[in-house]
Design a protein around this ligand. Structure first.
Ligand code: CP
Length: 654
């Protein structure tokens, strides 16, 4: 890797708030009416190479125009299919070679993380001009600059983002930046194209944003779409999500949302090129009716362009339609960015915080893979080795790896200690130990027991176990929870028991079977997956469970899980549920409450309260509806079988 302290722009998070403001101040001086004669030579002698592996009009031409207006020159491949990429050259080699011909590379690629990978091999700054579904930071600079020009101070504005929020890279960069500048965000996603959970988790963890579902009736007048989600600086909103627990708070939030003044609609196109299949479902579009609504009289309409049919041409000639102005700002903003990155000789003014974090790279040859099939670490591993930021306090106390290249998250099932060559399932009780192993470079991570054993690791032995619930206790708890759920349900015909994968889903089916046996009522069950690439909600208990979508909209839902500890898993489940549509009510049933909740969620139905320390492992074994093995709940610690040294506890359930 080149040793130069160069400055790349891969993510909007690579720039501090102050630096973004500095670029905007520079951009003001680059506006056509303000540009001084000296700017025409500011980058004289510098060469910019544009490497666009994907189509572009605005980003490419505005970068090329910017460089030329600053007195620099541009080299390019008109079509990367006619470059040596067509002969199989890796992006790493291309970056290495072209960086010896140019002073800055501007890269667009269809793989998530490709720009980061190229930056690691280029000896000159690399600017990400859009990488797969990951980020498009320079578009965000143009968006923020436009919004600031139109509305002044960003803090406290409310921006509605509409359309394909899942694949839209402009959206991902934009929401991080809006959160940083204190903008409230309302999301109006097309069905199945909601903001990815890893983006929401990052907003919450790093920018202290929370999301709240709001009724979208106010927006329906303008946009033909479904439910809205409101992202704001942290407030104790989540309690309100258990709608039968706290009507007051729920009502207050809805009223607050109704009173919102919408400052901007940010509309995006459906990113068909990133979809496996386009089901042709309803897509939000802004029609002429928007222009007639009094409440939108000061709401500007933005779009990164190109548009297809999600914006009525009638808006083009209205003062609120500012998307062509937004595209035009591409030149002053990108001129300012090039000045910012290159005027000091391409040397970093300040190191970017994102890259300072230490990354996990497996010390073993068999290692975890990024969950995203379009990540550069999967599509071209020669150019990018799997590298992750470890997140130690993820939902449920889980250890989660966030891919450094594409930000997708991966929940870790098994960890090992490279020195003692032992492995065990990973859970909250092992948190400090795993963090310590990571710091010392002694952490191995496995996808499965098979992988650990193929590498010669042996299991840590479990210490003495104490039984907390036996077969009969669990059966009675399941029966009682079923009774209470039915007693509270005004509309049991539409009730859904939604279990958190894996044990929660088994428990949900057990409760449903108990209700069917005792009340002759069939209750629909589903499963919710918190982690993984395709997080989502599936129907269970039918032969074709995977294929059939399960709608929760306007239905009473009971989330079911085996153990509640910090409550973060439930919180993540709630955000996935509300992204998919607004249920009529949400309640929570858990078999065991360990009594250490960090978020304000309170289970409505509890099988047993078992206060237990973080160091203890609670393991729940639940048989499926048809009996095969015995149910039980045990508490135990683990022992290194070689020297019987007790280890901080670890287990499959917390
Ligand atoms: N907004 C944007 O990235 O446009 P292009 O795809 O035309 O560059």
């Amino acid at each position: 890797m080149p040793p130069t302290a160069k400055r790349d722009l891969i993510s909007i998070e690579d720039l501090t708030d102050r630096e973004i403001e500095e670029i905007f101040e520079l951009a003001d001086g680059m506006l056509p009416e303000k540009r001084g004669a000296s700017e025409a030579h500011a980058l004289a002698g510098k060469i910019m190479a544009t490497l666009f592996y994907e189509a572009s009009t605005r980003t490419r031409l505005s970068f090329e125009s910017s460089m030329q207006r600053l007195g620099g020159s541009v080299i390019s491949c008109p079509d990367m299919k006619s470059s040596s990429a067509a002969k199989g050259e890796t992006i790493a080699d291309t970056a290495r070679v072209v960086s010896s011909y140019a002073d800055v590379l501007v890269v667009r690629h269809y793989w998530d993380g490709a720009a980061q990978a190229m930056a690691e091999y280029a000896g000159v700054p690399v600017i990400n001009a859009g990488d797969g579904s990951h980020e498009h930071p320079t578009q965000t600079l143009c968006d923020l600059y436009t919004l600031k020009k139109e509305k002044g101070d960003l803090k406290g504005l409310t921006v509605v983002i509409c359309g394909d929020l899942k694949h839209g890279r402009t959206i991902h960069s934009l929401v991080y930046a809006l959160a940083r500048f204190g903008v409230n965000v309302v999301t109006l996603a097309a069905g199945g194209m909601e903001l990815p959970q890893y983006v929401i988790e990052k907003l919450e963890r790093e920018h202290h944003y929370n999301l709240t579902p709001v009724a979208s009736d106010d927006l329906r007048a303008a946009v033909s779409e479904t439910d809205a989600i409101y992202l704001t600086p942290s407030q104790p909103h989540q309690l309100a999500l258990f709608t039968q627990v706290d009507h007051d708070i729920q009502g207050r939030i809805e009223n607050m949302a109704r009173g919102l003044k919408f400052d901007a609609f940010y509309v995006t196109r459906k990113q068909k090129e990133r979809m496996k299949k386009d089901d042709g479902g309803q897509y939000p579009s802004l029609g002429e009716s928007f222009l007639k609504e009094r409440r939108f009289k000061d709401t500007v309409v933005m779009h990164p362009l190109p548009r297809v049919d999600e914006l009525s041409p009638a808006i083009d000639n209205d003062r609120r339609g500012i998307y062509f102005k937004q595209a035009a700002y591409g030149v002053p903003v990108r001129m300012a960015l090039l000045r910012f990155l290159l005027a000091s000789g391409g040397v970093a003014k300040a190191p970017a915080t994102r890259k300072k974090q230490s990354l996990y790279r497996s010390p073993e040859p068999l290692a975890p893979q990024c969950a995203n099939a379009n990540c550069v670490t999967r599509t071209e591993s020669l150019s990018a080795r799997p590298s992750f930021e470890p997140l130690f306090a993820a939902p449920g106390g889980a250890l989660v790896l966030r891919c450094f290249y594409c930000n997708h998250e991966l929940k870790i099932e098994y960890v090992g200690h490279t020195v003692s060559r032992r492995y065990c399932p990973c859970d909250i009780s092992l948190g400090d130990t795993v963090a310590d192993w990571f710091r010392r470079g002694e952490l191995a991570i496995f996808d499965s027991i098979k992988q650990a054993e193929e590498l010669g690791y042996e299991p840590y032995k479990g210490g003495p176990q104490r039984s907390l619930m036996a077969q009969e206790d669990i059966r009675e708890a399941v029966r009682q929870m079923g009774e209470q759920i039915i007693k509270d349900s005004e509309d049991s015909g539409r009730l859904v028991l939604l279990g958190i994968k894996t044990n929660g889903a088994v428990l949900a089916r057990r409760i449903a079977a108990e209700i069917e046996k005792n009340h002759r009522r069939k209750i629909e069950t589903g499963e919710i997956e918190i982690f993984g690439n395709e997080e989502g909600i599936h129907r269970t208990g039918t032969e074709n469970a995977e294929a059939e979508p399960l709608s929760l909209k306007d239905r009473p839902v009971v989330i079911v899980d085996d153990v509640i500890y910090t409550g973060k898993t439930v919180k993540s489940a709630l955000s996935i549920i509300f992204k998919a549509g607004r249920p009529r009510s949400v309640r929570l049933a858990v078999l065991i409450d360990r009594g250490h909740r960090e978020v304000p969620v309170k289970p409505n139905y509890v099988g047993k309260h078992i206060p237990s320390s973080e160091k203890e492992r609670v393991r729940v074994r639940l048989r499926e509806v048809e009996p095969d093995e015995k149910d039980r709940v045990v508490i135990y610690s683990i022992i290194n079988s070689e020297n019987s040294r007790p280890q901080p506890a670890a287990g499959s359930q917390a």
